[in-house]
Ligand binder design. Structure first.
Ligand SMILES: Nc1ncnc2c1ncn2[C@@H]1O[C@H](COP(=O)(O)OP(=O)(O)OP(=O)(O)O)[C@@H](O)[C@H]1O
Ligand SMILES: [Mg+2]
Length: 307
């Protein structure tokens, strides 16, 4: 099992992200293919993490089915056979597509990332420590790192084409997408996140924060992109949760620890190119992704036919 680093399908490439390859099927539909690429500290590794792409796609599919009563979504199918029936030109690629591809309705995507935080970590903790604010607003005083935020904080960001996304205030968001859409997107974001927290927490995973994207299709707002995956969210093991310090990442901690040690040892600059990863780190990461899937959905990822 080696993992898929990149894909070359007989369709127009719309974009290649750090992890996903997005293809144009026709004016109405896209094919989103999650590869096994992995990034840490914003750098894409040279190695791939087996089954990671399937975890991202199948977990998104699972969540979208859980969320069907809360919000309409873009998924047409995440089943390779059904995708090939819909897009016959992909007939020769079903082994590659299996588990990792999702056929979706194309939407006009709002140019904002709808970030929501139920715990204070990462850039939000940095902002709070430096300025005492969160998403530009002053929150309650005396927060410790990783404390729960009640209610969760909606902190939108713009999608930067290069580098880091920029956090923006809700007023700035309203300037970009309008007042009505801002209200709708915040409401959807809160509903979906709260549902996600409620489902994941008793299963041993805290979703500390996450990012959603929404778009408009046929005049209606739908949720698009990946949903509540380890790549779009911060997953923490609930059993180790203790505020007052940073929390280990459920999925990428072995990778982060390794890279951090390489950096401290002077063997890695922190930028591209990344250092080579030992098999043990790659395997530990693969196991963590699959474990996240199994814990959340209650069923093991079916890897029998996956390439
Ligand atoms: N239904 C949809 N309609 C239109 N665009 C969509 C839809 N679903 C997802 N997208 C877009 O697909 C793109 C996915 O590419 P993206 O660059 O985010 O990939 P990625 O692998 O997640 O990379 P990164 O880690 O850099 O975010 C996003 O720009 C997202 O807005
Ligand atoms: Mg993305």
């Amino acid at each position: 099992m080696t993992g898929i680093a990149t894909t070359a399908l007989p369709l127009n490439v719309l974009r290649r992200g750090k992890v996903r390859d997005v293809y144009e099927v026709d004016a109405d539909r896209l094919l989103v293919v999650a590869t096994d690429r992995v990034s840490a500290f914003d750098v894409v590794m040279r190695e791939t993490v087996p089954y990671k792409g399937a975890v991202l796609t199948q977990l998104t599919a699972w969540w979208l089915r859980q969320l069907e009563t809360d919000v309409q979504h873009h998924m047409i199918s995440a089943d390779a056979e059904e995708i090939v029936r819909n897009v016959p030109s992909l007939d020769a690629y079903r082994d590659l597509l299996r588990g990792r591809a999702m056929l979706v309705w194309r939407a006009d995507v709002f140019p904002v990332e709808c970030v929501i935080r139920g715990y204070i970590a990462g850039s939000a903790w940095k902002e709070y420590r430096a300025h005492g604010t969160l998403a530009g607003e002053p929150p309650s005083a005396g927060l410790r790192e990783s404390d729960r935020l009640e209610p969760p904080i909606f902190s939108p960001a713009t999608k930067a084409e290069t580098g880091h996304d920029e956090n923006i205030t809700i007023e700035r968001m309203a300037g970009i997408v309008g007042d009505a859409a801002t209200r709708d997107l915040e409401r959807f974001t809160r509903t979906v996140y709260t549902r996600g927290l409620t489902i994941a927490e008793p299963r041993g995973i805290i979703i500390a924060d996450t990012k959603f994207e929404f778009g408009v299709r046929d005049g209606r707002i739908i949720i698009v992109d990946e949903v509540l995956t380890p790549d779009s969210s911060r997953f923490w093991p609930a059993s180790d949760y203790a505020p007052g310090r940073s929390q280990p990442s459920f999925d990428k901690q072995p990778l982060r620890d390794y890279l951090e040690a390489e950096r401290v040892a002077g063997r890695w600059s922190g930028n591209y190119p990344p250092p080579p990863l030992p098999d043990s780190v790659v395997n530990a990461t693969s196991i963590r992704y699959r474990d996240a899937f199994r814990r959340i959905t209650g069923a093991a990822l079916d890897v029998a036919d996956l390439s």
